[in-house]
Design a binder for this molecule. Sequence first.
Ligand code: EPS
Length: 388
Amino acid sequence: MRFITAGESHGPELTAIIEGLPAGMPLSPEDINLELARRQGGYGRGGRMLIEKDQVRITSGIRHGKTLGSPLTLVVENKDWKNWTSVMSIEEVSEKEKKIRRVNKPRPGHADLVGGIKYQHDDLRNVLERSSARETTMRVAIGAVAKKLLKELDVEVAGHVAILGGIKAEIPDNLTVKEIQERSENSDVRVLDPLVEQDIRDLIDKTKKNGDTIGGVVEVVVGGVPIGLGSYVQWDRKLDAKIAQAVTSINAFKGVEFGIGFEMGFKPGSQIMDEIVWDQTTGYTRTSNNLGGFEGGMTNGMPIVVRGVMKPIPTLYKPLQSVNIDTKEPYKASVERSDSTAVPAASVVCEAVVATEVAQAMLEKFGSDAFEQMKEEVESYRRYTQTF
Ligand code: EPS
């Protein structure tokens, strides 16, 4: 399965094309719309989310509620486009009109300056429009399709916020993937620890008042993963590496870890490796999951546990020092509408990109032409791994 996204933040619409899905997989626009709505929520979101109500239009690849095996095209309209028709016009406009909302003061931390230099853009809006996190709408739409495929194959995905603006949420031990999903869904900051919810909301309010932004850490857990997705035989076939790329490809994400992650630098091997046990009903399992479900770039049957850190959104109402690219004079960076935090939304995006990678790995390992055949192969492989 491969995919591509397109669309500018204030252009007419966002598009994604997914190719390589099996035929006969049940899918409805509602499966995707539910995920799109989850991404739009979360305490601390900005004004744009009041304008948009993201809804998908499927224009190819599906008939009578089932995939055809042909490319699936997903389209989401930008409702804000009507306010930007001249600024974002496809056709040539006058020099005077070109100056409207032109960006010449790059925002530190954003793609503005480097993108402008690289592509020789005189108006940094040409960079901003595509580098905006609005693009994550389509990553979530693609992830919704991936999640649907995984669900049908008994693989579940859940995400939550572990740290927001320095406030750490407790993660209770031994929660099932379903319980993690339910708890984070009931929290407007997507934490599993109700005790810190109000502190986080207060911090978001204070941050907003100060014209500032805050980042955080999100965690995604994938349960029911068959043993042996990915491979140790070549560097670019390691599934943890693919997931790491996917996570750090989310706007503003700067780091990723699996299992206990960077804590491994502080412990001896005897306290880290996940010991192997076997029994008739569950087959091979582990007494712990410090490695986050991966050994040698392959899934080991334990839940995948992956965390990503998101820097605070660099679009600040309190602008930072920058330089005017026309005059080279020091200037305060341009102010664009922003969110004080998008970490709760980013946990939904992170679920989506992880689900996409796991779905791709499933499609690589098991036949991917006809969905019913694929289901049978997965079931038979699960029986095989149990008694190996
Ligand atoms: C976003 C859409 C954007 C921002 C935000 C995320 O819309 P607009 O720029 O019109 O306000 O709300 O993105 C950023 C703040 C950013 O710096 O990229 C979305 O759909 O999630």
